[in-house]
Design a protein around this ligand. Structure first.
Ligand code: NAP
Length: 304
């Protein structure tokens, strides 16, 4: 199937382009870039409406721009009869994703709200291990250096950019996938730099004894860990879901995240073939609840 990639920035280059190049399902038939970025040997457009009008044979678009501008692109694509794959988080608000879901359903098109961390190597195994256990407590530690992973990306600190929830929602996408019973947020503390609109750190408290610490000011070793104690032992997912430990012993995984995007594109091919959508907003509900319920703290100004 032919696919167009829109928004040729960090994640398109790091993950989408290599995943599509290696995929047996997809041919990257066009790129759309406001800034004139592209891929050697692939037709490029600087105007999305023009690509939609001139290339009717491209039935699927994958949207890689930040969440705030993404809705208008997704809506235009669906109105033009295209299947749509959305980067995470799937939108700037929950309601706009519900609107896209309704539009896709009305037009008989596939919409996929991707959560790449759910495709991490050890997530399915962790889910299977937890399925028959009682969760007693859990803790998420997601600590990384924003300057390293989002260099100069001021949009993450603008309204709708989600701040530290941009990576933190990856952890939430994993726990909403693996926990045998759903949890809900009961309290949160959000730390905002004095000069920014979104938090740089967050502490979250959920029902069922789950807590989370997200921090974008981490220097030195970076941590993407989820530790869960159950009535039948302890489980830890490390490296963003790519390594699994049971009772302190590593049982699965490797130090690579390069399997996540190939798995997302395989899933999208399957959804289109079956005429289905996959829209799950559970991780984003927790972020919205934290923004609703969270206590605001202020910290020193942040500059890249
Ligand atoms: P980015 O590099 O800052 O931006 C991606 C591209 O989006 C830009 O290069 C630009 O592409 C386009 N764009 C930017 N502003 C736009 C606007 N106002 N209207 C239309 N297009 C615009 O961001 P990113 O790191 O790739 O992140 C994009 C999405 O991927 C985010 O939702 C993020 O959460 C997700 N993601 C990022 C990472 C990561 O490691 N960075 C990992 C996983 C997921 P053109 O100039 O080509 O138009």
């Amino acid at each position: 199937m032919q696919i167009a990639l829109v928004g040729i920035g960090k994640i398109a280059r790091d993950q989408h382009i290599p995943a599509l190049a290696a995929s047996p399902d997809w041919q990257l038939a066009a790129t759309v870039s406001q800034s004139g970025a592209g891929v050697d040997g692939v037709e490029s457009f600087d105007d999305f409406a023009q690509m939609l009008a001139q290339r009717p044979q491209i039935k699927v678009v994958s949207l890689c721009m930040p969440p705030v501008p993404r809705f208008a692109y997704a809506q235009a694509a669906l109105l033009a009869g295209r299947h749509v794959m959305l980067e995470k988080p799937p939108g700037a608000t929950l309601a706009e994703v519900h609107a896209l879901q309704a539009l896709a359903a009305a037009r008989g098109l596939s919409l996929y709200t991707t959560w790449h961390s759910r495709m991490a190597l050890a997530v399915a195994q962790a889910k299977a291990w937890l399925a028959d256990k009682q969760v007693l407590r859990g803790h998420i530690s997601w600590r990384e250096d924003v300057r390293k992973w989002h260099p100069g990306q001021d949009w993450v600190f603008e309204p709708g950019g989600m701040g530290v929830f941009d990576p933190g929602i990856n952890a939430l996408s994993i726990v909403t996938e693996i926990l045998p019973n759903p949890v809900h947020l009961t309290a949160a503390t959000l730390t905002f730099p004095a000069n920014r609109q979104t938090p740089i750190a967050a502490d979250l408290y959920f029902s069922g004894g789950l807590t989370a610490a997200f921090d974008w000011r981490q220097l030195g070793p970076q941590t993407w860990d989820i530790e869960i104690d159950t009535d039948a032992g302890a489980m830890a997912l490390r490296l963003g879901g790519n390594r699994l430990e049971i009772n302190g012993v590593e049982v699965a995984g490797e130090a690579s995240i390069m399997g996540e995007y190939p798995a997302l594109y395989a899933r999208m091919a399957d959804l289109v073939a079956r005429g289905q959508s996959d829209v799950d907003l559970a991780p984003m509900v927790h972020v919205a609840d934290a923004m609703t319920l969270g206590r605001r703290l202020e910290t020193e100004a942040f500059h890249f």
